[in-house]
Design a protein around this ligand. Structure first.
Ligand SMILES: Nc1nc2c(ncn2[C@@H]2O[C@H](COP(=O)(O)OP(=O)(O)OP(=O)(O)O)[C@@H](O)[C@H]2O)c(=O)[nH]1
Ligand SMILES: [Mg+2]
Length: 230
């Protein structure tokens, strides 16, 4: 059982000024509309309807926050949101590149997404979800480049790997890793960027993603094994 399974809906946000005022690390799932962000979050948190996944692109239209930690005690309390016990946050971002969104709404989201990934201090790392059949479209590169200056880790999840045969999926992973390796810092060093294949349908890559996310959020110690006093 992963600590991610404790995830609970916390809040939904439409403006940067309303982002939760907690200082715990947060990890955001970014990617094109329909890439599989909400589905991956549901799968990793082992809950069918935590994040709203749908066949209709553009389904996630706000920034949705899920909290991790505290749920095991919250069940026994009247007030389910025990902010002090939240250890980390998962963030489901609205997808980009959805053609049907009107100009004004598109600008609003682009600005919100760009400002969020460029300025959010608590954002410890980015999960970039891409359809394995179309890794690194221009919009994905733009998203990555907004985040590069932070120097923080990026983990690419190539979703829907069930849509390709093993050979083509492996090639997509190799291509993704070579794009990631092309980013170097001012000292010529590579950034902490990683990638993996993932399929919610065939349950491929769930353990790998779970382990990576717990590591990125500093949650690698299972809460049940944490000593009460250090
Ligand atoms: N075959 C297959 N389909 C998937 C997989 N993951 C997601 N899907 C499907 O892709 C569609 C979009 O999934 P969502 O999780 O809603 O995508 P999203 O990235 O959250 O989309 P937005 O909220 O619009 O940004 C749904 O019909 C899912 O069932 C997968 O691993 N394999
Ligand atoms: Mg979504």
């Amino acid at each position: 059982m992963s600590i991610l399974w404790q995830a609970r809906f916390l809040t939904t946000v439409n403006h940067l000024r309303n982002l939760p005022n907690l200082s715990v690390p947060e990890l955001a799932f970014a990617g094109r509309s329909n890439a599989g962000k909400s589905t991956a979050i549901n799968m990793l948190c082992n809950q069918k309807k935590l994040a709203f996944a749908s066949k209709t692109p553009g389904r996630t239209q706000h920034i949705n926050y899920f909290s991790i930690g505290g749920a095991h005690v919250a069940q026994h309390r009247k007030d389910p949101t025990n902010l002090d016990e939240i250890r980390a946050l998962l963030v489901d971002l609205p997808g980009y590149g959805y053609a049907e969104v009107s100009g004004d709404a598109k600008n609003h989201w682009n600005e919100l997404l760009g400002a969020y990934v460029r300025t959010r201090d608590q954002l410890s790392a980015l999960i970039l979800i891409m359809d394995v059949r179309r890794p690194f479209t221009d919009l994905d590169k733009r998203m990555l480049e907004w985040f590069v200056p932070s120097g923080r880790p990026v983990h690419c999840i190539l979703a829907k790997s069930d849509k390709l045969n093993r050979n083509d999926a492996t090639n997509a992973l190799r291509l993704t890793k070579s794009v990631l390796a092309s980013y170097i810092d001012e000292r010529g060093q590579p950034f902490p960027y990683t990638a993996q294949l993932f399929s919610a349908l065939k349950r491929v890559g769930i353990e790998e993603a779970d382990e990576k996310i717990r590591q990125l959020l500093g949650l690698d110690v299972d809460i049940d094994q944490t000593p009460l006093s250090a």
